[in-house]
Structure formats: structure tokens, C-alpha cells
Design a protein around this ligand. Structure first.
Ligand code: ADP
Ligand code: TRP
Length: 335
């Protein structure tokens, strides 16, 4: 039965607590898709190694993402949940795909250029080939759909290129070309609170609302969010930081957002009230998830079972793909 369902894959790096960007950009989609698709979701720990995390932090962060996935409602009876490094078969496919990934195209990747700028003393080969590893994650299960936020669009285009290139070079049809996916038809970009266009856990704490933030912290962060002096004309165009607040409001409650939009257009908006309303709606989303996080994270037995079960199911699917890949290239099968 499940083998006829469309295959879905996505992952999140264990670089800290999940935030509303991860939640609305990715996890809400995972929750819907696990009901109808054959889903693989994972913790992208190999990917987080580009910044050389210390081993204790890394282990803790892997547990955090797993616990937060489960607290959000991912259900191991409905999807396969695993840790990337427990499927080293991914690294084999990464090596094989890397033979057809060119330095020039990798150097042009937007995320590479951004990260190289941020860490000029650590521009390692792993960072350069990040999109190849991501393609391996996706292609190892021959996924058709990949629910991700807008920031991952280019990586998905590269994955499609690598899939097509492999099929052409080896004259086979091993891979299909996966699509970046959001049910709305448009990939989501959740803005940060500091006026930046993207909420990201790699940036400063106050830019992000985390699933682990309590009600008071959420309100405090919203209060600090950047605003302007207020509109001075009817129906005035919104500056970036105000647009961001409306984007956030629309994610959590469309009616509330539209009522404040009218106030903005009439120049009667009070940003303090708007921020309070956004914070309250965010808390409505976060509270039930948060109640579950700590107890799940403290349950090592549960997390070990989840990882072991996920690893086994992921290996089954990976071995099928690698047999086809080895056949196509002319390498002996080992799986
Ligand atoms: P971060 O960028 O915070 O380090 P990850 O890189 O691990 O998070 O992203 C995991 C998933 O969450 C990806 O699908 C990514 O597109 C999505 N995501 C992250 N930040 C945002 C955001 N601000 N808006 C929409 N989606 C996001
Ligand atoms: N690159 C993604 C990010 O930074 C995380 C990721 C790694 C991923 N492998 C993936 C996402 C495969 C989707 C599919 O957010």
C-alpha cells in the first residue's frame, strides 16, 4: 500500500531549538503530508558539521530536534523519522553524485556565498558541497516532493539538475526530479523580528520566536521588534519591518491581521496593541507543543526507539536506491 504513495522527504539541521520559521515553513507541511504520503523526515546532523559544533552540543541538539518534531505531532506510525548520520548510505550517494557536481556551479550557490562571507576562515569543502549532500538526502529515497521554506528553493533546483544529469550520463531512469513543496503553492518565508526578511536560528536570539519560548518571552521579543513612528498618510506603503509584522500576524490569525491592517490604513494603528495580539496568537500555537517538549526530550528510551525504528526503515529504502545506482554506474551491489 504505502509504496504506491508519493514519497516525501525533508530535514532540519540540529543547530538549536526550532522556531516559527521552521514551524510554518516546514513542519506544518510535514504534519499534513504524513497523513497522505510516504514520508521520510530526518535530523540533518551531517549538514550541521560545516561549523564544527562541539560533540556534546551536537548530541543534545539532535535530541532537541527529534523531541520537537514529536512534540509538534510527527507520528512514527505515519512517517519515518531518522537521524541523517545513522544512514551513512547517504554519504555514499553524496560521493557518487559529487563526481558530477562542478566547482563553478557550487561556488555560485547563494547559500554558499552567504556562509563563506559569514565564516571566511572556515570555507571548507563540506560547505561548498552542501547542496550535493542535500541532493543525496532527497534522492536516496527517490522523493517526489520536498516540503521546505523559500530559502531552500535553489538547493532543490540543484537537486533536480543532479538527478537529471545522473540519468543522462548513465542512460537510466533511476531518479525522478523532486519538487520543493508547500500546500499553498508558494514556498513560505517567515520574517525575523529585527526587520530582516528571514527568521533564522543562526542569527541573534531576539530575531526568533522559538517553540520553547514561554508566553512572557514571546511578548518581550515582540515588544522589542522593530517598528517605525507610524503611518502619516492614509493607505501608506509599509516599510519592511512593518510588513514583517503583518506577515507574522497573517501566519497566526488572518482575521486579526486584517483588522489591524484597516487600522494601519486609517492611521489609527497602535503598534503596542498589534504586538500584544500577535504574541497572544503565537502563544496559542506554541503552548500545546511546548507542554510536550520537555517530557519527550527527557525520555531517552523513547528517543532511542524512535531513532532505531527510523534507521531501519530508512535503510530499507536507501538500499533499494543504492542497488540501482551501483548497477547504473557499474559498481558491484553490496546491499
Ligand atoms: P535555520 O535556517 O533556522 O538554521 P534550517 O536551515 O535547519 O533552519 O531549516 C529547516 C527548515 O526550515 C527548511 O525547510 C527551511 O526552509 C525552513 N525554514 C527555516 N527558516 C525559515 C523561515 N524563516 N521561513 C520559512 N522557512 C524557514
Ligand atoms: N538544507 C536544509 C536547511 O538548511 C536542511 C536539509 C538538509 C534538507 N537536507 C535536506 C531539507 C533535504 C530538505 C531536504 O534548511
Amino acid at each position: 500500500m504505502s509504496s504506491q504513495k508519493e514519497i516525501v522527504l525533508s530535514g532540519i539541521r540540529p543547530t538549536g531549538n526550532l522556531h516559527l520559521g521552521n514551524y510554518f515553513g516546514a513542519v506544518t507541511q510535514f504534519l499534513k503530508m504524513q497523513e497522505t504520503h510516504n514520508c521520510y523526515f530526518f535530523v540533518a546532523d551531517y549538514h550541521s558539521l560545516t561549523t564544527h559544533p562541539n560533540p556534546v552540543d551536537l548530541q543534545d541538539n539532535v535530541k532537541t530536534v527529534l523531541a520537537e518534531y514529536l512534540a509538534c505531532g510527527l507520528d512514527t506510525n505515519k512517517c519515518t523519522l531518522y537521524v541523517q548520520s545513522q544512514l551513512p548510505e547517504t554519504a555514499e550517494l553524496y560521493l557518487l553524485l559529487a563526481m558530477h557536481a562542478y566547482k563553478g556551479e557550487l561556488e555560485k550557490t547563494v547559500t554558499f556565498k552567504e556562509k563563506a562571507r559569514k565564516q571566511p576562515n572556515n570555507i571548507n569543502a563540506g560547505l561548498l558541497t552542501y547542496p550535493v549532500l542535500m541532493a543525496a538526502d532527497i534522492l536516496i529515497h527517490r522523493a517526489a516532493k520536498v516540503p521546505v521554506g523559500e530559502d531552500q528553493r535553489q538547493h532543490l533546483e540543484m537537486t533536480r539538475d543532479y538527478a537529471r544529469r545522473f540519468n543522462n550520463i548513465y542512460n537510466c531512469e533511476v531518479f525522478e526530479e523532486p519538487q520543493a513543496f508547500n500546500f499553498s503553492g508558494k514556498l513560505v518565508k517567515v520574517p525575523g523580528l529585527d526587520g530582516s526578511t528571514k527568521m533564522s536560528k543562526s542569527d541573534n536570539e531576539n530575531n526568533c520566536i522559538f517553540l520553547k519560548d514561554d508566553e512572557a518571552t514571546i511578548l518581550k521579543k515582540l515588544k522589542k521588534a522593530k517598528t517605525d513612528a507610524g503611518p502619516t498618510q492614509l493607505n501608506q506603503e509599509k516599510p519592511q519591518e512593518i510588513e514583517n509584522l503583518f506577515n507574522l500576524a497573517n501566519l497566526v490569525n488572518v482575521e486579526m491581521a486584517s483588522s489591524f491592517e484597516q487600522d494601519y490604513n486609517q492611521m489609527t494603528i497602535r503598534y503596542g496593541d498589534f504586538k500584544k495580539a500577535i504574541a497572544a496568537e503565537m502563544w496559542n500555537y506554541i503552548q500545546p507543543i511546548q507542554e510536550r517538549i520537555e517530557s519527550i526530550k527527557a525520555n531517552d528510551k523513547l528517543l532511542d526507539e524512535v531513532m532505531a525504528q527510523g534507521m531501519e526503515k530508512a535503510k530499507e529504502s536507501a538500499h533499494k536506491t543504492l542497488n540501482l545506482v551501483r548497477d547504473a554506474i557499474g559498481l558491484k551491489r553490496i546491499y
